[in-house]
Design a protein around this ligand. Structure first.
Ligand SMILES: [Mn+2]
Length: 347
């Protein structure tokens, strides 16, 4: 079951908690000593940065699939999320030795240099998301996919395990993203959604509606889960989608967001004779968001055009941050996963 560390950072005593959590995550990911130290350094810098510039926030540490090459070894993902004033000049903040009136913050530049992936999104008045991934080192020679995938998973009430799980798998030029929400929350919910994630890797060569039939078998004996499966066939430019139960799906296409609809039910509990599968064009200007019902159903999709180019996990973290508030407290595990086209390499 995927462990998640949700570390609130509101005073300097929590910086140590962030570092220890990153070390635990690195151990679980099987990182060697230098890369474990790298994860600890990044977590320390991001937590310190939250205190200095974000007015405090949270560090969400998770083990994730590689964003561009499905099948590689998992990475430690560290997301720093705040509701602070935002950073006006992001390129300046990323330069080493960047100073503000209050501090000399080499922190973000250090993170970018140390991590395998680093991205940052900041909106004045809304806050900042800084996201880093630390893995074993350069990705192995797995061909890079034409889509990128990323997400965040927030356990209810700071629990150690989320009842939600997401993963992605690759089979030829089919890239399949799955989101599962185990019934309820806690370890039994996590067992159901983890079973779905494991089974997905066996059946990712099938179209989503057929993969769901096998996931249903894999989830027998568990509590069951809401599951949605989205598959991009990059050569044909096709997106297929099928879902059972309450997983939200929004597609950005042609300048607007549309919802993709699942049918009611519980995978692993009620078997469906036939499953509807939606099929639509996929192109380089699309973005797909899958989310569990921890996100309020009437959340507003991100409107900042810069997010289309951001790391998919940054989009997910911004979505989670902006959907929850003191007036709308989260009542369940919350996972958001985003599928986006791979951008051309910057020259
Ligand atoms: Mn749920």
């Amino acid at each position: 079951m995927p462990r998640v560390w949700d570390v609130p950072v509101h005073d300097s005593t929590r910086v140590r908690d962030a570092r220890v959590a990153a070390e635990d995550a690195a151990t679980l990911a099987g990182l060697d000593e230098p890369r474990t130290a790298a994860a600890a350094l990044v977590a320390t810098e991001l937590a310190t940065n939250l205190l200095k510039h974000g007015g405090g926030g949270r560090l969400l540490i998770d083990l994730v699939d590689p964003p561009r090459a499905a099948g590689g070894r998992c990475l430690v993902q560290i997301a720093a999320i705040d509701h602070g004033p935002g950073i006006i000049d992001v390129p300046a903040a990323l330069r080493d030795g960047y100073s503000t009136a209050r501090s000399l913050g080499a922190g973000l530049g250090t993170c970018r240099r140390t991590a395998d992936d680093f991205d940052l999104h900041s909106m004045p008045g809304r806050g900042t998301v800084a996201l880093a991934r630390v893995g074993a080192g350069p990705e192995e020679a797995v061909p890079v996919a034409a889509v990128r995938v990323g997400g965040v998973n927030v356990p209810f009430m700071g629990a150690e395990h989320s009842g939600d799980a997401w993963t992605w798998a690759r089979s030829g030029d089919r890239l399949t993203l799955m989101m599962a929400d185990g019934l309820g929350h806690g370890p039994e919910a996590a067992r159901a959604s983890t079973a779905a994630a494991q089974a997905l890797h066996r059946w990712a060569h099938l179209p989503p509606s057929q993969a769901l039939v096998h996931l249903d078998s894999a989830l027998r004996g568990t509590r069951g889960a809401a599951v949605a499966v989205a598959q991009v066939e990059t050569g044909a430019g096709v997106l297929r989608f099928a879902g059972v139960g309450n997983i939200g799906a929004r597609l950005w296409a042609g300048g607007t967001w549309r919802s993709l609809v699942s049918r009611p039910g519980i995978v692993g509990v009620h078997r469906h004779a036939t499953l509807r599968e939606d099929r639509m064009p996929w192109a380089a200007d699309r973005l797909l968001v899958l989310h569990s019902d921890g996100l309020p159903s009437r959340w507003t999709p991100p409107s900042d055009p810069r997010l289309l180019a951001a790391d998919p996990a940054v989009v997910a973290a911004v979505t989670v941050r902006d959907a929850s508030s003191a007036a709308r407290p989260v009542r369940d595990d919350t996972a958001v996963a985003v599928l986006a086209p791979t951008l051309p390499e910057a020259p």
